[in-house]
Design a protein around this ligand. Structure first.
Ligand code: SF4
Length: 348
């Protein structure tokens, strides 16, 4: 039997790869289509459940492929029904995915890396730096764990979990291809949000994919000096370059960009900052997603409720579309990276 290391993951297979595998096993080619339909139309990675396949083929698939490389290690639920899954990977690393239900829809938040190289100073995920990139099938498996756990296919997917997805571009692009192409999962790219800390070269690679994903760029500040207090130098791009990439994204892809703005007391929550952010959002046709800080470090504080609402009102009065995300799941370690951080401490 081939070693686990050299096996391909089932969710990474293409149609032609599956056809050659099935052919090598002496099976008719229509079996490849049946398998791929189980995987990408029924979100099923366990050959034992692929009941229209001969028993021998099901066993062969288990020998020739890594069928499910990850598993749910811990489930953490908050009062508002947000559920966070800690998912352990085949090398014992862990990532998080979050199931966020609301009255009319369900959203899955997925991770793209183990740890994160950007190291935003308010973020638990960036604390230990990057451990490794997730492979495409590990991104897809998060989706499948979410479906199995919730019993629902998500209305929306947001890549806002652990990691800077645009720094793991090839694997993210491969996962996005499987998620959106009609032969595979076939979800509309319009329902998938790619969040980035403002990694400009990645925005241009995303433009090259030519699909109407929602792009959410984390500004967190309206001037480079303040932004430098929040995001370390090594992967931080100047605001002017980020804004230019927004304009190019809108022009080439035809979609408005969203600015993500984590509100930090005394750092970026002033009236002047709100007014400048309003002007930027209007000029670059961006929506604004306000995320009041949820206290994961001692360095930063969450603004008072009144200051949060005032900041939002200034944007709204300027005619900007604002979403105020009063963090779901904060009480159950469900904010970005906190469950994984707890898991790492427990393992020490
Ligand atoms: S906020 Fe996002 S980009 Fe910044 S360190 Fe955390 S995971 Fe990385």
């Amino acid at each position: 039997m081939a070693s686990q290391m050299s096996l391909k993951a089932l969710a990474d297979c293409t149609y032609s790869e599956m056809e050659s595998l099935v052919g090598n096993l002496g099976q008719p080619l229509f079996r490849a289509k049946q398998i791929m339909e189980w995987v990408f139309k029924h979100y099923e990675l366990n050959p034992d459940h692929m009941l229209n396949l001969p028993l021998k083929l099901r066993e062969e698939l288990k020998n020739k492929l890594i069928c499910m490389s990850s598993k749910i290690k811990e489930v953490s639920k908050s009062n508002d029904k947000t559920t966070k899954l800690l998912i352990s990977l085949d090398d014992d690393e862990a990532v998080e995915m979050v199931i966020i239900p609301s009255r009319e829809r369900i959203t899955f938040c997925l991770s793209t890396q183990v740890g994160c190289p950007v190291g935003c100073r308010f973020c638990a995920s960036g604390e230990g730096g990057l451990v490794r990139n997730l492979k495409a099938h590990e991104i897809i498996e998060q989706l499948y764990h979410g479906i199995a756990h919730s019993g629902k296919f998500p209305d929306n997917i947001v890549f806002m979990g652990i990691g800077e997805g645009l720094l793991n571009f090839d694997n993210l692009a491969e996962a996005l291809h499987k998620m959106t192409e009609a032969d595979y999962i076939g979800m509309s790219p319009r329902r998938i949000t790619i969040s980035s800390s403002g990694y400009v070269p990645g925005v241009y690679r995303l433009i090259e994919l030519g699909k109407p994903f929602i792009l959410a760029l984390s500004l967190h500040a309206v001037d480079d000096e303040t932004r430098a207090e929040i995001i370390p130098d090594k992967l931080r791009y100047p605001i002017a370059e980020i804004l230019q990439s927004c304009d190019d994204y809108e022009e080439k892809i035809g979609r408005m960009v969203t600015f993500e703005y984590t509100l930090l007391a005394g750092i970026n929550d002033s009236r002047a900052a709100a007014e400048k952010l309003s002007a930027m959002a209007r000029k670059h046709h961006a929506k604004v997603n306000l995320i009041p800080y949820n206290k994961t470090t001692k360095e930063f504080k969450r603004p008072k409720e009144i200051d949060i609402l005032n900041f939002r009102d200034i944007l709204e009065e300027a005619g900007v579309t604002v979403m105020l995300r009063l963090e779901k799941g904060g009480k159950v370690n469900a904010a970005c990276g906190q469950l994984r951080a707890k898991h790492m401490k427990n393992d020490k």
